[in-house]
Each structure stands twice: as C-alpha cells, then as structure tokens.
Design a protein around this ligand. Structure first.
Ligand SMILES: NC(=O)c1ccc[n+]([C@@H]2O[C@H](COP(=O)([O-])OP(=O)(O)OC[C@H]3O[C@@H](n4cnc5c(N)ncnc54)[C@H](OP(=O)(O)O)[C@@H]3O)[C@@H](O)[C@H]2O)c1
Length: 261
C-alpha cells in the first residue's frame, strides 16, 4: 500500500482525512505549518493504527518554494504516493480593503498556486504507476459568485475548474481527481478567521461534521466523480445555485464576506 500526502493535516478536515486514510492502511505524509499540532495528530493515529508509517513536514504553503521542497522530501524518502489531498486553506484578506498586496499574493499562492504545483510535481508518478487519487478541497463557495467575496470563492472556483480539467486529462489512466465541495463544516476554520459569530448566526442544520464530509470525499474520488458536493442539503442546493435565476438573486443581494465557508 502506498502513502497519502495531506496538506493542512494539523486540524479540521485534514486531520480527519489522515484518520480515515490511515484506517484504510495507507502510510501518511502530513503537511502544515504547526509541527506540534501535526505531532498530536500523528500520536493519535499511531495509537489506533501502530503499523501506519507517518512522516511530518512543516511547510508554509503560502511560500512559493514550499511545494518543491515537499516533493523533494517525498522523493528522497522513496515514498510512493497513492493519495494526494490538497486541503490546506483559510479565509483571506479583503481584496479591496486590505492594502498590503504581499498578503494577497501569499493568500493566492496558498489557495491556488500551491495546489496546482503539487499536482504538477506529484501526479506524473501516479500516472506512471497507473494508480492514484487526488482530492482538491474546494467549497460550495466556489460554485456561485457573490458580492463581497473577491478572493475565497473565486480561488475555490479555480480549484474546481482545475480538478475537472485534470480529471478529464488523466481519464482512463488509473488516476481519479475530485474537487470536494463542502458547505459549513465543524472545524477550526471560522474560529481561526475570527468568524466565531457565523456559527451563532447560521442555523445548525446548515452545518456538517468533518467525518461525513471526508467520508463522502473519499467515496467520491474512488467512484471517479470530478465534483463531489458533500452533504445532502448542499447536493440538493447545488443545482439550484447553478440556475440563472438563483445567480440573478445572488447578484442583487451579495453575501457578506464574514459568512465565507
Ligand atoms: N470548515 C468549513 O466550513 C469549510 C467549508 C468549505 C471548505 N472548507 C475548506 O476545507 C479546507 C480545510 O479547512 P478546515 O475547515 O479543516 O479548517 P481548519 O480546521 O482551520 O484547518 C485548516 C488547515 O490548513 C492549514 N493551513 C492554513 N494555512 C496554511 C499555510 N499557509 N500553509 C500550510 N498549511 C496551512 C492549517 O494548518 P497550520 O495552521 O498548522 O498551518 C490547518 O491544518 C480549506 O481548504 C477550507 O477552505 C472548509
């Protein structure tokens, strides 16, 4: 069995991907900035699955050199990847209000360039092996344009488009690529962004657990689905969000930036 490389594995969906893929017998390469949090995830998984080999890589994916460094470490350790989960992400600066362009550039590097480069560097070995799975974690926010959301939704829309194009490109070669699109999910995401109020101001039935979102993501990529919208409610809403009428309504109203998910 090969290994799964998971970015943003120190918390939330990434830590849950690590847990579920370890349970399938995959070795793990866990990537994030906070090495102490990664070590906690490693200890927890080792206590449940002692035979799983776990490598930790501390990297900041908003640094343009990070994907090359990660790919080099994987190659030098002789690790054969079966799964790539591009999951790291965060809420970002406001495009028109926050004046530090470097912060915007770093954000776009994290949300789009790092994912693209990790696919570029790591997928050819999967294609050569005739087997691989790639999950790029996007969002339902990437499925519809909304006023006030100039970075997050558009970057997720790119991840969805990239995943669909890659899925078509590698079709029939044993490699499946999916964009996983969750809606509101219980993780550290909103607290990290200082948006704790979103949980109080949105109905509880809009929220899903990380276990379900990740399970549906893994099932979806195994089935070869290019876009996996997780959660029954969001699967029901998704076709509506693609309709011209809904888009017209959203254009009129906009969604406040603070409700990004
Ligand atoms: N929660 C939701 O409602 C929701 C909904 C739709 C989509 N998503 C997407 O799901 C993905 C995972 O988010 P989550 O909800 O699990 O949030 P989370 O609990 O805050 O976890 C985010 C992860 O990303 C990592 N990360 C953030 N910035 C990074 C950087 N510059 N370099 C490397 N790693 C970085 C964090 O690790 P370190 O801080 O240790 O680096 C952490 O492990 C994101 O792409 C998010 O956009 C979330």
């Amino acid at each position: 069995m090969g290994a799964a490389l998971i970015t943003g594995a120190s918390a939330g969906l990434g830590a849950e991907f690590a847990r579920q893929l370890a349970a399938k017998g995959l070795n793990l390469v866990l990537v994030a900035r906070r090495i102490e949090k990664l070590s906690e995830v490693k200890r927890r998984i080792e206590s449940e699955h002692p035979s799983v080999g776990i490598t930790l890589i501390s990297a900041d994916l908003s640094d343009p050199s990070a994907p090359e460094t990660i790919a080099t470490q994987v190659a030098e350790a002789g690790i054969q990847l079966h799964y790539l989960v591009n999951n790291a992400g965060a809420s970002g600066p406001r495009l028109l209000q926050d004046s530090d362009w470097q912060a915007h550039q770093a954000y776009l590097t994290l949300m789009m360039t790092s994912i693209t480069e990790l696919c570029h560097r790591l997928m050819p070995a999967m294609i050569a092996a005739g087997h691989g799975r790639v999950i790029n974690v996007a969002s339902v926010a990437g499925r519809i344009a909304s006023g006030g959301d100039s970075h997050y939704g558009p970057s997720k829309a790119y991840v969805i488009a990239l995943s669909e194009a890659l899925a078509l490109t590698v079709k029939g070669q044993g490699v499946n690529v999916s964009a996983l699109c969750p809606g509101f999910t219980h993780t550290d995401f909103h607290a990290t962004a200082g948006m704790d109020d979103v949980k109080q101001t949105t109905p509880s039935w809009l929220w899903y657990g990380a276990e379900e979102v990740v399970r549906e993501g893994i099932d979806g990529v195994e089935l070869g689905k290019a876009i996996v919208v997780s959660g029954r409610l969001y699967r029901w809403l998704d076709p509506l969000m693609q309709s011209v009428w809904t888009r017209w309504m959203f254009k009129g109203q906009g969604i406040p930036e603070s409700s990004q998910d």
